[in-house]
Write a protein that binds this ligand. Structure first.
Ligand SMILES: [Zn+2]
Length: 398
């Protein structure tokens, strides 16, 4: 019932009248947002030698050194109460830096590319050097600006997996895929701005409708008014640097499994998202989703094909279809928590930050962390080192 009210609320508060489902979303992806305070985005590519006005230059590699960059980041002087138990990006990266310093040779940071505003996007690879890698699991978070639980789950995974690294499974973590959107929400919090809805990157594009597979809009959802934000695809596949960063990373590491952390809903979704028909590996995808559910301490999440969430719903051009369709990776979206929205609590109703980020994140971090760790252990159990692996006990302490 609460979910019905949430959907109703979304339809009312996130209104964009759609006269053509093929047209790019007309308003960007933000509501009630102040005018861009940062000035125009930096040009995406300034590669020397590129003839101006011709085909875009290739993206310049990001060669930043993580320790130097991380030490330059500064946390706010006073932490906003609304985000009391959530890290700001600078704090989260300081903790990641501490892990890389504590466990050299086990966890390694790499800049995988830049955002629209040229901020670096970081990956952290955890690989147990005592055994050869047989599987690779890619976990990334925060395609969407307001969804802060995902990065918290990634931090918890990094802390846990460095302490007890899985054998035979390389884990690649990207805590913040959309740093520009994240920075804007941080600024909203510091300025005590409430009721600003942010989802997109700095170009106003929904990064979860920017992927290359199943982009054709077929659902009759697209004929409904008010909800254009959620079914529009971007103007072209991989049109945004943030999407291309993750695509390049996947091409390089060839993941066996991909997890994209979102909020909210309490779901583990698997492909297809843009089609109602079952994916060729439907049974295995569902099995792995159930593995994640059973690894949760509290549970209560639902495992379902994204394109079958409801008969009228399809998600066109989403990341799980891309990583499954293009790379053959078992791909999942985890929608963390069932929202911090409370129908009769005005402070939560008016505050989008609270919708996506419950006051106490800890139980939701646990749910997400245990689910992903359960998936990683499923792969570890298939490796040759499995009989001696200590990682098969999912009731192991954190
Ligand atoms: Zn999301």
């Amino acid at each position: 019932m609460r979910f019905f009210w949430l959907i109703a609320g979304l339809m009312i508060t996130h209104t964009a009248v759609a006269d053509s489902p093929r047209r790019p979303f007309p308003h960007g992806q933000e509501d009630n947002a102040p005018a861009d305070e940062e000035g125009p985005p930096a040009p995406e590519s300034t590669e020397a030698g590129s003839p101006s006005g011709s085909t875009p230059a290739p993206e310049r590699a990001c060669t930043l050194y993580f320790p130097t960059w991380a030490k330059r980041q500064s946390a706010p002087e006073s932490h906003p109460e609304r985000a009391r138990d959530y890290h700001f990006q600078a704090q989260l990266m300081t903790k990641m830096l501490a892990l890389t310093e504590e466990w050299p040779g086990l966890i390694e940071a790499e800049c995988i590319g830049r955002s629209v505003r040229r901020d670096p996007v970081w990956s952290f690879t955890i690989e147990n050097p005592t055994r050869p890698t047989e599987f690779t699991v890619l976990v990334f978070a925060q395609l969407h600006a307001l969804e802060w639980l995902g990065p918290e789950v990634v931090l918890r995974l990094a802390e846990s997996l460095t302490d007890s690294a899985p054998e035979g499974v390389r884990v690649v973590l990207v805590p913040i895929a959309n740093p520009d959107g994240r920075a804007r929400v941080e600024k909203d919090l510091l300025n005590e701005r409430i009721g600003i809805y942010r989802r997109a990157n700095a170009n106003g594009v929904d990064l979860n409708r920017d992927w290359a597979v199943n982009r054709d809009i077929q659902s009759w959802w697209s004929k409904m008014p008010f909800i254009g934000r959620y079914y529009y695809t971007s103007s072209a596949p991989l049109s945004q640097p943030e999407s291309r960063n993750l695509d390049r990373l996947a091409a390089e590491i060839q993941p066996d499994a991909v997890v994209s952390l979102h909020s909210f809903g309490g779901y583990v979704y698997y492909p297809w998202g843009g089609l109602a028909e079952a994916a060729p590996d439907n049974q295995e995808l569902h099995r792995l989703a159930e593995v994640m559910l059973s690894a949760q301490a509290r549970g209560g999440y639902i495992a379902v094909q994204l394109g079958k969430w409801a008969s009228w719903f399809k998600a066109h051009g989403v990341e799980i279809d891309h990583f499954y369709g293009n790379y053959g990776a078992a791909s999942f979206i985890i929608e963390l928590s069932k929202s911090g929205f409370k129908l009769f609590d005005w402070d939560t109703v008016r505050d989008y930050f609270r919708w996506y980020n419950p006051i106490d994140p800890e139980p939701h971090i646990q749910d997400g962390f245990r689910a992903v760790r359960g998936l990683i252990y499923d792969y570890a159990a298939r490796t040759q080192s499995a009989p001696s692996s200590p990682h098969r006990d999912r009731k192991a302490p954190n």
